[in-house]
Design a protein around this ligand. Structure first.
Ligand code: XMP
Length: 504
């Protein structure tokens, strides 16, 4: 049983789905164009209509398959979703012209949606239209000073609409309201980490049977957690950690030390020569990614020949990847992110993607339960092509060593000041710029290293991290002192968009 979030294009749809999961109920996001068959397949116990950047008055305003209204299950419409419900059931929505945007307050409220809450409630609004006339038999269950219909309910209480956004943190009691909705709809609360681990192990065992699984280990949380899952599920597996020579300082040793004692059957392949040979002379970022992707394939192929056969290739695909590939029509290709996708057909593997239903933080929770040490579980993300995309220019062993040392100093400085988790990701970039400086009494014509630290939730957007000056100061001093080839250190203060997190 699930809660289906029908996505009408709101920036908050994912947030709604995550909130529902935080309340231990399984949620699935489907596009507003999903057919009733697809919705039924998700076994919904309730449906939530998201908001939308569109207005219900637009000619091509998105609408759900009409049959959702015949399913006989509770519906909650948020913002645009509420207005759809009002129109559907014969009420009237009007365009008030001015957008109501930001903090507001429910001055009165009643009924099960607000059970356990009392007094004025802060809520977050973001809309242009409001409900003017309620459908027959519906009633208002909350009001702000300006809006008598801030929340509404059908007579039997099965359909609810809210003009505000209970899913955002600026509606502090939103979690309680959503929980009340789940209770009212009788949605099972069995989406717990413990239950997830059990379910994942059972699914993996059933899918794999007695066949073999090959897994590419990157040392990141997803693939490490996957390796542990395969080990715990006791399926035949071989995890390959490809050391392409582009890893962070101490990464290989850390991954080996963490996974070996946990029963993961894994091999480290030192493939740095072949990666450096193929990358020689290449400066174009896309070309670097393609070469690295290709070399990964070659290593996997050789591994499969030596230790196979493997029926499955395991990948750490997450739910956001699944949502994106379902709804990503026409999206521009900013970077062809390296992963091993596209491999299976060529190599004759079937894909095993146990984490396809999980968000990143849910994988982190699963990893904790499986016993993955925190230094890997909570480590900053690292791109598959490694330090190669942090060198603007040719990837040589010398350049890699330089940027690796700078990265190591930056990260250890963050840890020293207890600021590591103030950044979602932090990194050093070797720029192709040289600048003049003075060291001792000598002229120094050194490299320019750029430091970047960002805050983010899902890497789709990011803001530069406001690190304390003393952290930046210490990092800059240490880098220029400990790496004599570096003459200058700069800090990147660009957000994403318009920049991306990595420089290439
Ligand atoms: P960007 O630079 O696109 O990065 O803002 C978003 C997140 O993805 C990581 N990244 C990659 N990961 N292969 C990967 O596996 C890649 O080619 C790649 N490029 C960027 C980046 O480190 C950040 O966490």
């Amino acid at each position: 049983m699930s809660v289906v979030v029908l996505d009408f294009g709101s920036q908050y749809s994912r947030l709604i789905a995550r909130r529902i999961r935080e309340l231990n109920a399984y949620s699935v996001i489907l596009p507003s164009t999903a057919s009733i068959e697809r919705i039924r397949e998700a076994a919904p116990a309730a449906i939530i209509f998201s908001g939308s950047p569109k207005s219900v008055f637009e000619a091509n305003a998105p609408k759900p398959d009409d049959a959702v209204y015949d399913l006989g299950i509770p519906l909650l419409g948020i913002c645009y979703g509420m207005q759809l419900l009002v129109q559907q059931f014969g009420g009237e929505v009007r365009d008030v012209g001015a957008r109501s945007y930001g903090a507001d307050e429910l001055v009165q409220h009643q009924g099960v949606f607000f059970a356990g809450l009392s007094g004025p409630l802060p809520v977050w609004m973001s809309h242009a239209s409001t409900v003017h006339t309620l459908p027959d038999g519906w009633k208002s269950i909350a009001a702000t000073k300006q809006n008598a219909h801030a929340a509404i309910a059908s007579l039997d209480g099965h359909h609810l609409g809210v003009q505000f956004h209970p899913e955002v943190v600026h509606t502090p009691d939103g979690e309680c309201m959503l929980s009340n909705f789940l209770n009212m709809a009788g949605v099972p609360r069995d989406w717990t980490t413990e239950h997830n681990v059990e379910r994942l192990m059972q699914n993996v065992r059933e899918q794999v049977g007695n066949d073999g699984v090959l897994l590419g280990l990157s040392g990141g949380v997803d693939s490490s957690a996957l390796a542990l899952l395969l080990a715990r599920a006791e399926v035949k597996h071989s995890a390959v950690f490809v050391d392409h020579g582009l890893l962070r300082a101490g990464e290989r040793e850390e991954v080996e030390a963490a996974l070996q004692p946990l029963g993961v059957n894994f091999t480290t392949v030192d493939a740095s020569d072949r990666f450096f040979d193929s990358l020689a002379g290449v400066i174009d970022p896309e070309e670097k990614r393609k070469i690295i992707g290709r070399e990964f394939i070659n290593v996997f192929r050789e591994q499969a020949e030596q230790t196979g056969p493997f029926r499955f290739l395991a990948q750490g695909t997450l739910y956001p990847d699944v949502i994106e590939s379902a709804g990503g029509e026409g999206a521009a290709n900013i970077k062809s992110h390296h992963n091993v996708g596209g491999l299976p057909e060529e190599l004759g593997f079937e894909l095993l993607e146990p984490f396809r239903t999980l968000f990143k933080d849910e994988v982190r929770d699963v990893a904790r339960l499986l016993g993955l040490p925190d230094e890997i579980r909570l480590r900053h993300p690292f791109p598959g092509p490694g330090l190669a995309v942090r060198i603007l220019g040719e990837v040589t062993r010398e350049n890699v060593e330089l940027v690796r040392r700078a990265d190591d100093v930056f990260i250890s400085t963050l840890k020293e000041f207890g600021a590591y988790h103030a950044a979602w990701q932090a990194l050093a970039v070797l720029t192709p710029i040289r600048s003049v400086g003075v060291a001792g009494d000598e002229r120094r014509y050194g490299h320019v290293i750029a430091l970047r630290a960002v805050t983010s939730v899902d890497a789709m957007t990011a803001d530069w991290a406001r690190l304390p000056y003393e952290v930046l100061d210490r990092a800059a001093q240490r880098i220029t002192r400990e790496i004599p080839e570096v003459g200058r250190v700069v800090y990147d203060i660009t957000s994403k968009p318009p920049a991306t997190i990595e420089w290439e």
